[in-house]
Write a protein that binds this ligand. Structure first.
Ligand code: GLC
Length: 794
């Protein structure tokens, strides 16, 4: 079943069937003023933190799962019939009601058509502002004059704290007030407190204005707007057609505003709703005076689009697979940027409770943002480096607005994750390769608790942290978790995954040390690497695959002698990515993975699932079989399978793995995946579960950055390196070629790859502006803005 299509020219996904299997969401706003919206205008808004800055309420895990939001109701004042400008919540029959949703880059447009009336509602947060626009155009498409009322509706959180707002009702319902000042609605929590308008953090004050038509009334309590039994589908005020102008002093405050319109045939009216932070006096009046005109609203929308489209222009591709192109040119890139911005804090699933930047997640998210944002990611990278402690470990969650390098306390010893700082070995070399800023390694940055070091020093400390914490076989300890949050091996238990990460890190480190002519450092890394390799070969190979881990008590997980979780994906792919596997082991491990873990929807994280394993060690046992860490298809790890196959030169297999988890590949059977076909997700049910093929937790996942990176750097093989640009595609044999437009160090480059012999990889000839290049690394001095690169595979 297909519910919509990709419009790459407009950079939008267009939902043409509103009854999507679940609400399909999009992001508005910035990391300051954040907002979520769905194809049913459901969603919420918050200032800085989804947890402690929530001011527009949405009820999580409800039915439908996205209400309320930013609603427009329309009422025909002759017939009394009413509907909403989005299909939900009134949900008129779909043979009479049409709705198209266009999700774009940080804006959403909902177009409806019902009973001879067309509407177009556009939602966005203008760049750098602390308010949101809801623009509604209403057109009379019938042949007679129509008398309509339009009502707005949203629910303000009673206080800016999502949890307190929903549970502490004996308090939160008695602190709210609505006021009207110069025709603008003011909403206040704790109204007897002063507010000076300078610091909006936790100010608990919002305002809302309806412009473009006289205000015919307001309804400010939920009880009066919906009625105790009306609900969002049939609000009492809309059914009756008149707001009461009652101003709330307590109870749940809502943004009900009414405009009455008389429309001649073909006449269009434009209403603009503005809703923002602060009081009417501090912000509302000024904002309305400056921004309420239709012209200004249109200009702000254009500015917003231009700002989001600019980073996407940094990398555009044309391949034989249009589904792949939709992802790389628009949606995977946008998904990576949104994940980079929001970490795991705000979506229809993440309700803000996970506040702050999860260390490992954020460092990996940077990897996906680097090709799009270049040097702009540096402050975020530095923030994370200053979240590293002087002992080399990391604070598990960084609070970006309050983080104080040099003054933070280390976590208790048992809370360290073993992998956190090791992700720097992926992100930092990618940053340096993209920007050419080798000097970054020498920049001095403080540790979170005390002391400081160069970036290279931070990297060494990261390795030392793991090398100093080893178990009985001399492999790195898993500590509270490695990448996998579900393994608790005991403090001295050993993680094979982390062993491979450390190996990868030591190689990166020795390479950088050599560049800086530090032979002693390089020699240190080489000797640690040799010692580690010896242990890996001694302990980690099980004959046909690499083991998973070794518990503190000596139990070996992920072996043929262990019935559950026998084969673990991560150690197979990281053995290859880190270079730890011998060529024969690499071939065999990937073959085992294919035979034992690959499914049409992606590679399972492990198999068979855990049923009996001790949940205190294998927390995956807590999940149903076939989802998340318990033999589910974990999207995040899929790209590692792709990269491992590219390293083997098998473009057919790499691409097959890629398409299996690529959202757009499911657009014509979207009922299977159920969630948004334009974004990645955390996990998909595998064959061990009755829900096989259904995906969950859309948008915010390490999948976004790794899938973007694996597609662009490995499948297409356009890889920045310090000295220049490497062209090393690894594509399916059937691809006749592809082209890429990529910005690299300030130059826009045009690459044409041709595959006349139908191979997966291997560059036979390479030319830049008609002149041959030896090998497949184009030195920087051969590249100018507008250079044409032609690579012939064979
Ligand atoms: C979730 C977490 C991530 C973790 C993964 C595997 O995606 O956000 O940090 O690595 O689960 O447990």
């Amino acid at each position: 079943m297909q519910y919509g299509h990709f419009d790459d020219k407009a950079r939008e996904y267009v939902i043409t069937r509103p009854d999507t299997p679940r609400p399909w969401s999009n992001y508005l706003g910035s990391t300051e003023y954040g907002a979520i919206i769905t194809n049913h205008a459901g969603g919420y808004s918050f200032y800085k933190s989804g947890a402690t800055g929530r001011f527009l309420r949405m009820r999580f895990n409800s039915v439908p799962m996205d209400q309320p939001g930013r609603l427009f109701y329309l009422r025909d004042n002759e017939s009394g019939d009413f509907w909403s400008a989005s299909w939900q919540p009134v949900a008129k029959p779909l043979d009479k009601y049409k709705c198209i949703c266009r999700h774009g880059t940080a804006y959403t447009v909902l177009e409806s058509r019902y009973a001879g009336i067309a509407t177009e509602a556009t939602y966005f947060v203008p760049l750098g502002q602390t308010f949101e626009y809801w623009r509604l155009r209403v057109t009379n498409k019938s042949k007679r004059e129509r008398r309509l009322s339009v009502f707005t509706y949203c629910e303000f959180a009673n206080l800016w704290h999502t949890y307190q707002d929903l549970v502490n009702l004996q308090y939160s319902q008695f602190i709210t007030r609505a006021t009207m000042e110069d025709g603008i609605l003011g909403v206040t929590c704790n109204p007897n407190y002063d507010f000076d308008g300078k610091d909006l953090t936790g100010c608990n004050r919002t305002w809302m204005a309806l412009t473009g038509a006289p205000l015919a009334g307001v309804e400010t309590t939920r009880g009066k707007f919906l009625g105790s039994y009306g609900g969002y589908a049939a609000p009492e005020v809309v059914a009756n057609g008149q707001c009461s102008n009652f101003l709330a002093e307590g109870d749940n405050v809502v943004g009900g505003q009414q405009a009455d319109l008389v429309l001649a045939p073909d006449e269009t009216r434009e209403l603009i709703v503005l809703l923002g932070l602060g009081t009417v006096g501090s912000h509302g009046k000024k904002t309305v005076a400056e921004f309420a005109s239709p012209e200004r609203c249109a200009v702000e929308l254009q500015k917003l689009k231009a700002a989001w489209h600019a980073p996407l222009a940094a990398l555009q591709v044309k391949t034989p697979d249009t589904d792949f192109d939709h992802m790389i040119n628009v949606w995977n890139a946008y998904n990576a940027l949104i994940t980079y911005a929001w970490s795991r804090s705000a979506s229809l699933v993440y309700n803000g409770e996970r506040d702050g930047l999860g260390f490992r997640d954020t460092v990996q998210d940077i990897l996906g943002a680097i090709p799009l944002l270049g040097a702009e990611v540096q402050p975020r990278l530095e923030l994370m480096l200053t979240g590293q402690l002087a002992n080399g470990g990391a604070i598990p969650v960084i609070k970006p607005f309050t983080h104080r390098p040099g003054q933070e306390s280390p976590p208790p010893d048992e809370e360290y994750r073993s992998d956190d700082c090791l992700w720097f070995f992926n992100a930092i070399p990618a940053f340096v390769a993209e920007t050419g800023d080798l000097g970054f390694y020498q920049k001095i940055l403080p540790y979170a608790d005390h002391g400081e070091a160069t970036v290279l020093g931070h990297l060494r400390r990261a390795l030392e942290f793991n090398l100093a914490r080893t178990g009985r076989n001399g492999l790195p300890c898993g500590l509270a978790a490695d990448w996998n949050d579900c393994i608790k091996l005991g403090y001295k238990g050993e993680s094979v995954f982390v062993a491979f990460q450390v190996r990868f890190g030591l190689e990166v480190y020795s390479g950088v040390a050599e560049k800086f002519s530090q032979p002693a450092e390089a020699a240190w890394a080489h000797s640690e690497l040799a010692r580690l390799d010896e242990k890996i070969q001694k302990v980690c190979w099980d004959g046909e695959w690499f083991i998973w881990a070794i518990g503190q008590d000596g139990t070996v997980y992920g072996t043929k002698n262990f019935a559950e979780g026998q084969v673990y994906m991560n150690t197979q792919v990281w053995a290859v990515m880190s270079g730890a596997a011998t060529p024969a082991q690499a071939r065999q491990a990937l073959l085992t993975m294919k035979e034992r873990l690959a499914t049409p929807y992606g590679v399972m994280l492990c198999a068979p699932p855990f049923i009996k394993a001790n949940p205190e060690i294998m927390k995956a046992t807590l999940f149903n079989a076939g989802i998340k860490e318990n033999a589910g298809i974990f999207s995040h790890t899929q790209s590692w399978g792709v990269i491992a196959e590219c390293l083997q030169g098998d473009g057919d297999q790499a691409y097959a793995y890629y398409r299996a988890f690529m959202p757009s590949a499911y657009n014509d059977r979207a009922e299977l995946r159920q969630i948004e076909p334009y974004v990645h997700c955390q996990t998909t049910y595998s064959r061990y579960n009755v829900n096989e093929g259904a995906s969950r937790v859309p948008w915010l996942s390490g999948t976004a950055s790794w899938s973007y990176y694996s597609a662009t750097h490995w499948l297409l093989g356009v890889r920045p390196e310090l000295e220049g640009l490497r062209i090393a595609p690894c594509i399916p044999k059937k691809w006749a070629g592809f082209s890429v437009r990529r910005r690299f160090r300030g130059r826009m480059l045009h690459l044409e790859v041709k595959n006349p012999s139908g191979v997966c990889s291997g560059v036979k000839t390479l030319t830049v502006d008609g002149r041959a290049v030896a090998g497949n690394l184009i030195p920087l001095d051969r590249l100018r803005d507008g250079s044409k690169i032609v690579a012939i595979l064979g």
